[in-house]
Every structure is written in structure tokens, then in C-alpha cells.
Ligand binder design. Structure first.
Ligand code: XBP
Ligand code: MG
Length: 265
């Protein structure tokens, strides 16, 4: 029997494909509004995703640029201002473009809600970004669906540090083995593992080929029961598996088998 009592949702890459056409575009807009010639193309942005957190990402990029301010204080002030502008642009973009949730996400959130399984947001992204994305898809009362919302501002150390998961679990009053984290990136998986939370990985555009060790299951997304390791119970016919989404019972099955399955690299 699975003791699964909570789902801990990552945001960027897991709830929605926000990076290339959302965050990246907003960073470039911020550079432009400050008269800077810097631009991040899709490939460079992929490299920079190794750094979690937008302000931290700006600092890491500036460390590679000869034309960035030399004084640490000035560099930090520039990163803060760029990030402020980037957040304003990103939230507007999310609201206007209505970046879609990944298929299968809304159905699983609704199913968990209906069954009384608790849910949390566990992300390194800023609170304003989460508010914009979830507000677009679930309306102004979106917070009612979640029992804990932990964002970048709420922690001292962002993923891959486990703090975000520890904080969410404390609020929920649960132990790590009572929950499953849904993640897409190496940093997210590392953070969950460091908090001893079992992780299910839904591969995203930027991390499709990443090495993700220690997950209890890895697959292409919540919209399909095909292509998962370990294979989902009962998904014998490929055609059926393609059409069916991952359900709470599937998560329970992986969760209850977690000691039996090996790690997936
Ligand atoms: C992904 C991130 C975030 C965003 C940018 O977070 O690393 O930093 O790329 O957001 P997760 P901010 O997958 O944990 O949701 O600019 O607001 O930091
Ligand atoms: Mg992510």
C-alpha cells in the first residue's frame, strides 16, 4: 500500500514549458530596455539553466563578460534591476500569451484535489511568476488548490539545495516518504533527493537528454502512460497507453515500489 499523501510540484519545465519562450524572452527584453547589447539565444540559455534562479543566472553570465561592470556592488545592482524588469516582462508575457500547462498536469492536479491528496508548489522561480502562470490557468483563487507554496524568495538557498522541499514538508506536517516530487531538471531531482523525497521526472525540452539519477520513475510527460521507466502497470497495448494519462494510482504504484526499483540514469 502506498502512503502517498502529497504532490510537490516544480513549476518551470514541469507545470509548463516556460523557459525558452518565456523566461529567456523576458531576460532579453530586460537587456534591451537597459540599452545593453547582450542577448541569450536558445542554446546559450540552455547552458545557463545549470544556474538556478534568474538573478543568479544573470550574475553567472556577467562573470563571463568583459563589458559587465567590474565592481561587485555595481554588478549586483545591475543584476537586481535587470531581474526586476525581467519579472515584469515575464508576468505580462505569461498573462498575454497564456503559456499552456503541459498536457496531463491540470488533470492530475484536479484528481489529487478531488481525492484529498495535498499539493504544494516547490520552485526556485519568483512568487510573481507562479502567481501569473497559475492565475491564468486556475483563476485568481488558484492558491486554494495548494496547501503550501514555496518560491525562490522563501528560501536561503535555491535548488539543488533541499531547503524548498524541507520547508514545504514542514508546512504540510509530512515526512519526505509521504510525498512525491514532480520535477524536470537535474537541479530539481538533486534537491528532492537531498531532502529524501521520492521524485517522478517528466522530461522537458531543455533537459530531455539530461542524466537524472535517483528518480522512482522517468517519462515523457503526464499526458501519456507510454514511454515510462518503470513501465506503468496495465499499459499493455501501446495504442491505449498513448491515449491515457498518468493518474494518481500510477504515482501510488511507483511510490509503493520505490524500494524495489533501481535508479534510472
Ligand atoms: C527554474 C528556474 C527559475 C527560472 C527563472 O525553477 O531556475 O530560476 O528559470 O525564474 P523551477 P526567476 O524549475 O524550480 O520552477 O527569474 O524568477 O528566478
Ligand atoms: Mg523545473
Amino acid at each position: 500500500m502506498s502512503r502517498l499523501q502529497a504532490l510537490l510540484w516544480d513549476v518551470d519545465g514541469t507545470l509548463a514549458e516556460t523557459e525558452r519562450d518565456g523566461h529567456r524572452v523576458a531576460f532579453n527584453h530586460a537587456f534591451e530596455t537597459m540599452g545593453l547589447p547582450w542577448r541569450w539565444d536558445a542554446a546559450r540559455y540552455g547552458e545557463l539553466l545549470a544556474v538556478t534562479g534568474g538573478r543568479e543566472r544573470l550574475m553567472a553570465d556577467m562573470a563571463t563578460r568583459a563589458d559587465a561592470p567590474a565592481a561587485p556592488g555595481e554588478r549586483e545592482a545591475l543584476a537586481r534591476e535587470l531581474h526586476r524588469r525581467k519579472t515584469a516582462c515575464y508576468t505580462a508575457l505569461v498573462r498575454e500569451a497564456k503559456l499552456p500547462l503541459r498536457p496531463g498536469v491540470a488533470a492530475l492536479i484536479a484528481e489529487a484535489h478531488a481525492q484529498g491528496v495535498r499539493q504544494a508548489i516547490t520552485t526556485t522561480t519568483s512568487r510573481a511568476n507562479v502567481d501569473a502562470l497559475l492565475g491564468v490557468h486556475f483563476g485568481p483563487r488558484w492558491r486554494e488548490r495548494f496547501d503550501s507554496i514555496v518560491c525562490g524568495e522563501d528560501v536561503q538557498r535555491k535548488k539543488p539545495d533541499p531547503e524548498v522541499f524541507r520547508l514545504a514538508l514542514r508546512t504540510l506536517g509530512l515526512g519526505p516518504l509521504d510525498a512525491v516530487a514532480l520535477e524536470d531538471s537535474p537541479g530539481g531531482v538533486a534537491a528532492a533527493r537531498a531532502a529524501e523525497v521520492p521524485v517522478v521526472v517528466t522530461l522537458s525540452a531543455y533537459f530531455a537528454d539530461a542524466t537524472l539519477e535517483g528518480a522512482i520513475a522517468i517519462g515523457p510527460g503526464l499526458h501519456t502512460r507510454a514511454g515510462w521507466r518503470p513501465a506503468l502497470p496495465g499499459s499493455h497495448a501501446q495504442a491505449d497507453a498513448d491515449d491515457e494519462r498518468v493518474t494518481l494510482d500510477d504515482l501510488r504504484a511507483w511510490h509503493s515500489q520505490m524500494d524495489l526499483v533501481s535508479q534510472f540514469g
